[in-house]
Design a protein around this ligand. Structure first.
Ligand code: KG4
Ligand code: ZN
Length: 380
């Protein structure tokens, strides 16, 4: 079945075309087109996403991307299902995607009007690990000789799995007994981990979005330089908290002894070490990143142990951070856990529409469909 998917929940306008086949035990996906129009440059001067500007950009970008994916304006030919994100996210932005999907069906030329399936953005992240990728354990994937891509094999080698969803809006730990039996174990009680990266980056004078910038700068710093707190680390639950960590960074930077050279904050684009205090910024970035990741890793591994999981799956924008993957691998080695670690390719970690097609298909197979209304606070 050919799926056209639309994602407009935040600041990326994305449309994909994905061929999906197989049942819930062996779903297969082949990406035909996967386009993302990034709005980073539009929002960067404001240090974060401006909802009205995001909506304006989505309205402008959607027809352009659609034409590129479908080869024609407003005609959904050769497509069996349209999957569109209905939440969570910024409601004005979600509406642009939903209305666009609905309008596609109104055009008289549209032959065989496809069904529209309302899809959760969180399901998109959660199932993004099913997209073709190169890095998974060979036992879990088969080579598709036609496409020369690796297909994920859902099997009892994978489940039960612990899934860690880490994005700009969410930090959730989920037990997956299989593809459809999910149990939320815990989540953040305040800021999402990606949000704390963005806020700390701003404190350091680094541009938006902060996550990739902190990752880059942290490579030049010492993660042991500052012992930032790891809130809730020792509590016997699976919840997280990141706002205290961000506040500790703020207090650290306010300390006159630690103050960063003011010129430096305006010269963030020049990541050279000739500036006074650059090493200090790098140490703050590296130490903050380590504190945040220590919390994610410790709780995830505790869940692995309790539920005897065979796999850890990490998804969402923060999963694009290579240091997170390395730290997880190291921790698994130290604790002598012989389990699979699955992290989608970076382009499938950050917001994209291919993952919405995957989630749409998994929901379609279960006869699940969300109403076509924007729900900013939709949860898992
Ligand atoms: O999944 P996503 O693209 O959008 C949401 O659903 O929120 O995630 C965006 C978040 C932002 O907070 C961004 O700073 C963070 O993911 N992020 C990263 C990295 N790349 C993106 N955080 C840490 N390291 C990265 N390399
Ligand atoms: Zn997202």
């Amino acid at each position: 079945m050919k799926i056209l998917s639309i994602e407009t929940s935040c600041d990326e306008t994305a449309i994909a075309s994905v061929e999906a086949s197989g049942g819930l035990r062996n779903p297969k996906f082949q990406i035909l087109k996967n386009l993302v129009a990034s709005q980073v440059k539009v929002h960067q001067p404001f240090g974060g996403v401006v909802p009205n500007l995001a909506k304006r950009e989505h309205i402008r970008n959607l027809p352009i991307l659609f034409k590129e994916v479908q080869g024609s304006s407003f005609i959904v030919h050769g497509c069996d299902l349209v999957a569109v994100t209905v939440g969570p996210g910024l409601e004005p932005c979600l509406w642009t995607g939903i209305n666009f999907a609905k309008e596609l069906r109104m055009y008289p030329n549209t032959a065989n009007k496809p069904k529209i399936i309302g899809t959760s953005h969180l399901d998109g992240h959660l199932y993004s690990f099913l997209l073709p990728q190169k890095t998974v354990n060979p036992k879990l994937q088969t080579l598709n000789p036609k496409q020369k891509t690796l297909e994920f094999r859902v099997s009892n080698l994978v489940f039960p799995a612990i899934s860690l969803l880490v994005s700009g809006g969410h930090t959730i730990l989920i037990l997956m007994k299989d593809l459809t039996h999910l149990k939320k174990l815990g989540e953040t009680r305040d800021d999402a981990v990606g949000e704390s990266f963005d806020k700390v980056a701003r404190l350091l004078g680094l541009p938006y979005p902060g996550g990739p910038e902190i990752e880059k700068v942290a490579k030049q710093g010492n993660p042991e330089a500052i012992n930032f707190p790891r809130p809730m680390l020792n509590q016997k639950n699976y919840d997280f908290s990141f706002s205290g960590l961000k506040t500790s960074v703020l207090y650290y930077l306010r300390d006159p002894k630690q103050r960063i050279h003011p010129n430096l904050q305006n010269n963030y684009s020049d990541h050279s070490d000739k500036f006074v205090g650059w090493d200090r910024i790098a140490n703050v970035a590296a130490s903050f990143q380590k504190a945040a990741f220590d919390a994610l890793i410790k709780k995830s591994l505790r869940a692995v142990k309790e539920f005897e999981a065979k796999t850890i799956i990490i998804t969402g924008g923060v999963a694009a951070n290579k240091t997170l993957g390395r730290m997880f691998k190291q921790a698994l080695k130290e604790d002598k856990f012989k389990i699979n670690l699955i992290i989608p390719e970076p382009k499938f970690c950050t917001d994209n529409a291919a993952m919405i097609a995957v989630a749409g298909y998994i929901n379609f197979l279960q006869n699940k469909n969300k109403r076509l209304i924007a729900r900013g606070d939709l949860s898992i």
